[in-house]
Design a protein around this ligand. Structure first.
Ligand code: NAI
Ligand code: MG
Length: 489
């Protein structure tokens, strides 16, 4: 492994524009998944620290605060300034992300460029948030005002650390909220670096706070807090359910959730085979399969099934796994030992339940958490690998015959995050796009996620949408103001 000399500057909690120790003085380790070695000791937030961060965010949100009185366009300039600073430090941030998360350096650079683009989209949105005038019954002049909901809590995962931060900060700041973010305990470092950039950009103290720590302590304290008006969460469905419980147990704060998936990618006989294999390969193997919208069920029509499997296997075998700082590498380690074990356990279940392991299926070496790119054929709907989120580099290829059949099978899941269909027949694509129960449908492409396009889940894949205008709405309250108009003057 190339040793990475990236200096880690920020390891403390970021509260009220200051980097501070945890009240308990406790720290927790962050690891390099390439070798399992500690790279930093990070201040560990607990309830007391979350209380302080929320109090700072509450003060920053008070009626006559600098933030509340700021013109919306000036808020937009601040967000753009933060985007400029992320762009300035992109290379350094990418190295830090790769060190903490293990994804290839070029992937980290891509993620951070996407983060910049998302922030710029929401920078432009700030002064376009407005209500309506309404022709209400009676002698009233009625209008609605969109107001920021208040202090918001944001809890994010480790698979796209900085990008998930940008998806959360952009709409919250555009709406005029103040926020407390809890990054994942596995990847806390780039969020702290982003906090330093927010301070440099000129955000008033308390608008942005970052409290690294564990889920059941810091995360739960945030989601249970009585002064938090909304919580936005991305992560597992299991924890998503807990977040709703916390909201119900405390102050009925609004909840938005972006959870897991088992997204179908359906390939019809009429495609260009090489192109289809390539799209399906990237749909599952991107980010080591650690992707909520991964195309993790590859449905292939029977006429091309065998040829498709053969080429998919060749592509998986050609995938280079290793040091994520090596520019020729496509895939680094899985995030941690439990994730590696989960992948290996599900691979074993696939073999036991009768799927054909075409390639891969084993850990690589003993240092770090590297897994061979894996392809299963002869997968059927009831197998565990076709039902559970593997969150690893494992392609499961299922066979189908007709459009009607594949629609039914694609929808036979409790998830509904994303989907894809590859075909030259516009009617087939249209029927599938309308029938599939998923928040995104990608036709002849996959992962076409942009700042302008809403992204989120049907069914147990979540509540609400991120990106695009839909993402701002949950950070707003609508106030109706009705003014009596005199009937005589
Ligand atoms: P997780 O859901 O436990 O972690 C996500 C975030 O939630 C982290 O910041 C964590 O600290 C926090 N959290 C955990 N327990 C909490 C609690 N009780 N209260 C408040 N916050 C809490 O996900 P984990 O364990 O890292 O991954 C497990 C599986 O979840 C993965 O294998 C994958 O299937 C799925 N997942 C899906 C993601 C997505 O993008 N939708 C991202 C990460 C995981
Ligand atoms: Mg780490």
């Amino acid at each position: 492994m190339v040793s990475e000399s990236s200096s880690i500057k920020y390891t403390k909690l970021f509260i009220n524009n200051e980097f501070v120790d945890a009240a308990s003085k406790k720290t927790f380790p962050s690891f390099n998944p390439c070798n399992g070695q500690k790279i930093a000791d990070v201040a560990e937030a607990d309830k007391e620290d979350v209380d302080k961060a929320v109090a700072a965010a509450k003060t920053a949100f008070s009626r006559n605060s600098e933030w509340r009185k700021m013109d919306a366009s000036v808020r937009g300039k601040l967000i753009n300034q933060l985007a400029d600073l992320l762009q300035r430090d992109l290379k350094e941030l990418a190295r830090l992300e790769t060190l903490d998360n293990g994804k290839p350096l070029s992937d980290s650079e891509f993620d951070i460029q996407c983060s910049v683009d998302v922030l710029r989209y929401y920078a432009g949105y700030c002064d376009k948030v407005h209500g309506h005038t309404i022709p209400s019954d009676g002698d009233f002049f009625t209008l609605t005002r969109k107001e920021p909901i208040g202090v918001v809590g944001q809890i994010i995962p480790w698979n796209y650390p900085l990008m998930m931060l940008a998806w959360k900060w952009g709409p919250a700041l555009a709406a005029g909220c103040t926020l407390v973010l809890k990054p994942a305990e596995l990847t806390p470092l780039t969020a702290l670096a982003a906090a330093a950039l927010a301070r440099e950009a000129g955000f008033p103290a308390g608008v942005i706070n970052v409290v690294p720590g564990y889920g059941p302590t810091a995360g739960a304290a945030l989601a249970l807090h009585g002064d938090v008006s909304k919580v936005a969460f991305t992560g597992s469905t299991q924890v998503g359910k807990k977040i709703m419980e916390y909201a119900a147990q405390s102050n009925l704060k609004k909840v938005s959730l972006e959870l897991g998936g088992k997204s179908p990618l359906v390939v019809f006989d009429d495609v260009d085979l090489d192109e289809a294999v390539e799209i399906a390969h990237n749909a599952i193997f991107t980010n080591h399969g650690q992707n909520c919208c991964a195309g993790s069920r590859t449905f292939v029509q029977s006429g091309i099934y065998d040829a498709f499997v053969k080429k998919a296997v060749e592509k998986a075998r050609a995938r280079k796994v290793g040091d994520p700082f090596d520019a020729s590498v496509h895939q680094g380690p899985q995030i941690d030992k439990p994730s590696l074990d989960k992948v290996l356990r599900l691979v074993a279940s696939g073999k036991e339940q009768g799927a054909k392991l075409e390639t891969g299926g084993a850990q690589i070496g003993t240092e770090g958490y590297f897994v061979q790119p894996t392809v299963f054929s002869n997968v059927t709907d009831k197998m565990t690998i076709a039902k559970e989120e593997i969150f690893g580099p494992v392609q499961t290829i299922l066979k189908f015959d007709t459009l009607e059949e594949v629609i039914e099978r694609a929808n036979d899941t409790s998830y509904g995050l994303a989907s894809g269909v590859l075909t030259k027949d516009v009617n087939t694509a249209l029927v599938f796009a309308q029938a599939v129960q998923a928040g995104s449908v990608w036709v002849n492409c996959y992962d076409a996620i942009t700042p302008q396009t809403p992204f989120g889940g049907y069914k147990m894949s979540g509540i609400g949408r991120e990106m695009g205008p839909d993402s701002v709405e949950p950070y707003l309250e609508t106030k109706t103001i009705s003014i009596k108009v005199p009937t005589k003057m």
